[in-house]
Design a binder for this molecule. Structure first.
Ligand code: ADP
Ligand code: MG
Length: 371
């Protein structure tokens, strides 16, 4: 069984709350030592999935194996996992060291063993110096480090983390992302990490499971889900995209305004004349003052916004009824200003084509509003 240590397996796992299906016959195999993120919008079933792994909820059907062991009926404290929540839930009247020691004390571990394990856990998260502090004397980031130490002190093979950095401000969150990732690779522990923040998932994970309505839309490494989104939903959720709604044609899509766009990478097989969405990433759109002669896809418009993001410039170009988002490297020769007439053009090789499901259309509409 030692080869399975740290593996997490879900097989047809379903969880209902009344008539609502929170997790819908989910299958997933997390490899030992892997950093896997469950990523998706609020309400898609991430927390419910994690709580079933932890043992706080029981599946209505399906099986879960952790470290090779079926865990049905096994209470949380007997599973080879531990959980870190968004709200650190430290005991306020206890010191850092007492908080970390709590679980071991409950188990009747000897005093000397507790002392050495607590010291080791605090060292892992660089909190040894603050061992005698109370939670209220520490920042949010420090408290979350203590929560991680507390979860690691009995050395589970799998750590479950539910939006652990969600309450921290941006700079601290980015620092903690790097620290947590380092800690995970040093310890070789499996992390199942829940987040709704796609940048966080992209920067930390070995693989990402993108969830929608209780199921996994796509499972893959960050590059694959960015480069080859398997649905319009994934294309909109990972990174940013400009979407066109319309119907599929032989060569691409006829947008609702009649414009025909050519796509050479249909990610889904969409029959002609059926509702379809095409998508092009903002960094794949070229801007020019003159109409490009040889581009298959061209839309004229007016620059409605310019933002500077260090190494890139972001333009919003109003074209007909909609706004296009365009990102260009700062070093790009041509610069444009508000009110300039411009041509947006892009290659068929950069256009994804998807069938349009209801959820995708809602998402594409909201993308258009945001951009
Ligand atoms: N204890 C519960 N009782 C009833 N409905 C719940 C309960 N927990 C979660 N749900 C519902 O299940 C769905 C999935 O919730 P959750 O797993 O918390 O999503 P996420 O963590 O992705 O935001 C949501 O529609 C939520 O309202
Ligand atoms: Mg949640």
């Amino acid at each position: 069984m030692s080869g399975d240590r740290g593996a997490v397996e879900l097989e047809g796992v379903t969880k209902r709350f009344g008539s609502m299906v929170a997790v819908d016959s989910m299958n997933l195999l997390v490899q030992p030592g892997e950093f896997l993120s469950l990523l998706g919008p609020s309400g898609c079933g991430k927390t419910t999935t994690l709580r079933m792994l932890a043992g706080f909820e029981q599946p209505d059907s399906g099986f879960i194996r952790i470290s090779g062991q079926y865990v049905q009926g096994i209470p949380p404290y007997k599973r080879d996992v531990n959980t870190v929540f968004q709200h650190y839930a430290l005991f306020p009247h206890m010191t850092v060291a007492e908080n970390v020691a709590y679980g071991l004390r409950q188990k009747g571990v000897s005093k000397s063993e507790i002392a050495s394990k607590v010291a080791e856990a605090l060292d892992m998260v660089q909190m040894s110096k603050l061992a005698e502090r109370k939670p209220r004397q520490m920042s949010g980031g420090q408290q979350q480090r203590v929560a991680v130490a507390r979860a690691l002190v009995n050395r589970p093979s799998v750590l479950l983390l539910d939006e652990p950095l969600g309450a921290l401000d941006r700079k601290l969150r980015e620092e903690m992302q790097i620290e947590l990732k380092l800690l995970q690779s040093r310890l070789g522990i499996t992390f199942v990490f829940v987040t709704h923040d796609q940048e966080e998932a992209m920067s930390m994970s070995d693989r990402i499971a993108i969830m929608l309505d209780g199921h996994i839309e796509q499972l893959g490494d960050p590059e694959t889900v960015y480069e080859h989104p398997s649905s319009a939903f994934v294309a909109g959720f990972i990174g940013r995209n400009n979407f066109w709604q319309g119907v599929a044609t032989e060569h691409g899509i006829r947008a609702d305004d009649g414009t025909i766009f050519v796509a050479s990478r249909p990610e889904e097989d969409v029959p002609n004349e059926l509702p379809a969405l095409s998508a092009v990433r903002p960094e794949c759109i070229n801007l020019s003052a003159e109409q490009p002669a040889d581009m298959a896809n061209v839309a004229s418009g007016v620059v409605a916004g310019v933002s500077h993001f260090g190494d890139v410039l972001q333009y919003v170009v109003t074209s007909g009824q909609r706004d296009l988002l365009v990102l260009t490297p700062r070093a790009h020769a041509a610069r444009f200003a508000m009110g300039d007439n411009v041509y947006c053009s892009w290659s068929p090789d950069d256009v994804y084509l998807f069938s349009a499901r209801q959820a995708d259309i809602v998402m594409a509409d909201s993308e258009n509003l945001e951009s």
